[in-house]
Write a protein that binds this ligand. Structure first.
Ligand SMILES: Cc1cc2nc3c(=O)[nH]c(=O)nc-3n(C[C@H](O)[C@H](O)[C@H](O)COP(=O)(O)OP(=O)(O)OC[C@H]3O[C@@H](n4cnc5c(N)ncnc54)[C@H](O)[C@@H]3O)c2cc1C
Length: 448
């Protein structure tokens, strides 16, 4: 097979993938629908921060660029919970200073593009929108945003890394019989808001934490940025008693925030402006199959598996796709028939698993992080896991800090653990006895 690779989409995954393949000697043409974001101002309300964790770091380390990204990342060592009554609590994410890292999506994307372009065999073409893929003749067509002219590109291999609403995927869906496709919107949307820095540029909340205001059916989170501000995201149902549809006037927004997020309101001087200026966006899960076609096309990243953001894993999962693909290239000595077959067989169950875990964590973050029974369960698990680390790795740690455990294994082990904990938490007087040997032995008995 020849070495001409076309990548559709210079987002996070497409940019990283181009570096991996360039290092293997392929000639890469990346086509990106948008203008070069390094040359234009970001639009308001699109400043999403992402949590980068060990799977993502592994992807960056694989091509030697983790140190470059660390310079624009802020470690967050735990959740900082802001209760409605003004009290707060801190829950460390793991042990030994384990952290997840806050990065601006635009910053990391721009850095990845810079690093991709440093490879002499990568060229990114901006403002070129993929319009069709001719599998038979291996030609992809792109329309130039300005001239509206179409240009064709021959490829030996094509990767669709064009995100949740992928045109490459749609092309495959339309041209392949029995293509499985499922998309699901949750009833909740999100809106970005901001907590700016203090007068002297200082952080107004604890810098090294992910802040959560859990309120049952809705929640707000805030992640730190290097310039001292926090990007806040309000996740809330579109409809219902407490929902976006009920917040249509300045007074309604003000009253709602004063009642629900009183501790944050004094830190949000532009709240009303931001609320009405920034878009309300929806959240989708996409599952599809197959991910590869005619031994020459593969979907990767969100194009293959868009997930809701509540486990902070969408990008991490996409970076892991690149790691797995790279390992398979080495293992199969560039035999792309085998590589693509194994790629989809390995990654599809993991994509499905993290999609399900992400939905589960939505419920955990908004409903349970303030629930004393849930917090006790986490304490029991942490204590047991500390004593028997080879018998119990908490689910969050498996997903976030254990890049060698597959998502599908994390999901099935997590389900087993939950069954055990359901029994433990139902025991009488568990609040008093949770540190006892009886409880420890009971868990040991149930594990084996
Ligand atoms: C609110 C929110 C919070 C999130 N938080 C986290 C988090 O904390 N941690 C985490 O790991 N993930 C998080 N994610 C998920 C993460 O943003 C995505 O998983 C990640 O961006 C996927 O990367 P990608 O390259 O596959 O797709 P994208 O980043 O969407 O890139 C796709 C690219 O393809 C381009 N494109 C689209 N169509 C075409 C076309 N027809 N032709 C050419 N180019 C095209 C787009 O312009 C874009 O540049 C979050 C997502 C959201 C919405």
């Amino acid at each position: 097979m020849g070495k001409n690779v076309t990548i559709v989409g210079a987002g996070l995954v497409g940019s990283l993938l181009s570096i991996y393949l360039a290092k293997k000697g392929y000639k890469i043409s990346v086509y990106e629908r948008r203008a070069d974001m390094r040359k234009i101002a970001m639009s308001a309300g699109r400043s999403i921060n992402l949590a980068l964790s060990d799977r993502g770091w592994r992807g960056l380390q694989g091509v030697g660029i983790a140190d470059d990204i660390k310079k624009i990342a802020i470690p967050m060592y735990g959740r900082f919970i802001h209760n409605k009554d003004g009290s707060h609590a801190y829950q460390p994410y793991g042990k030994d200073n384990q952290a997840i890292y806050s990065v601006s999506r635009a910053e990391i994307n721009m850095k990845l593009m810079d690093l991709a372009e440093q490879q002499e065999n990568v060229k990114i073409h901006f403002e070129k929108r993929c319009t069709s893929i001719n599998k038979k003749d291996k030609i992809a067509s792109f329309e130039d945003n300005n001239s509206q002219q179409n240009e064709n590109q021959n490829y030996d291999l094509l990767f669709g890394s064009d995100g949740a609403f992928s045109a490459s995927r749609l092309n495959m869906q339309l041209s392949n019989d029995r293509f499985e496709y499922n998309q699901h919107y949750i009833d909740c949307g999100y809106k970005e808001l901001i907590i700016p820095p203090g007068k002297n540029g200082e952080f107004l909340l604890e810098k090294n934490a992910l802040h959560i205001w859990p309120r049952g059916s809705f929640m707000m989170i805030a992640l730190p940025n290097p310039d001292g501000n926090f990007t806040c995201t309000l996740f809330m149902p579109f409809k219902g008693e407490k929902s976006f549809e009920k917040l249509t006037t300045e007074k309604e927004v003000k009253d709602f925030f004063d009642a629900e997020f009183a501790s944050a309101v004094p830190l949000m001087p532009t709240l009303i402006h931001d609320f009405f200026t920034n878009p309300t966006s929806s959240l989708v899960t996409v599952k599809c199959f197959p991910w590869t076609f005619d031994n020459s096309i593969a979907l990767i990243g969100d194009a293959a598996h868009a997930i809701v953001p509540f486990y902070g894993q969408g990008m991490n999962c996409g970076f892991e796709d690149c790691v797995v693909l790279n390992e398979l290239i080495e293992k199969n000595n560039e035999n792309w028939v085998e590589i693509l077959k194994e790629y989809e067989a390995l990654r599809k169950p993991d994509g499905d698993a993290i999609a399900d875990l992400a939905i589960g964590n939505f419920i955990e973050m908004r409903d349970k992080t303030a629930d004393p029974k849930f917090l006790l369960q986490k304490k029991i698990e942490a204590k047991f896991s500390e004593k028997y680390p080879d018998k119990w790795i908490p689910l969050y740690s498996m997903v976030t800090y254990s890049p060698h455990i597959r998502y599908s294994k994390a999901l099935s082990d997590g389900n087993k653990q939950q069954k055990i904990m359901d029994e433990i938490m139902a025991l009488p007087e568990i609040e008093k006895n949770w540190e006892s040997e009886t409880i420890e032995n009971k868990i040991l008995e149930m594990i084996s």
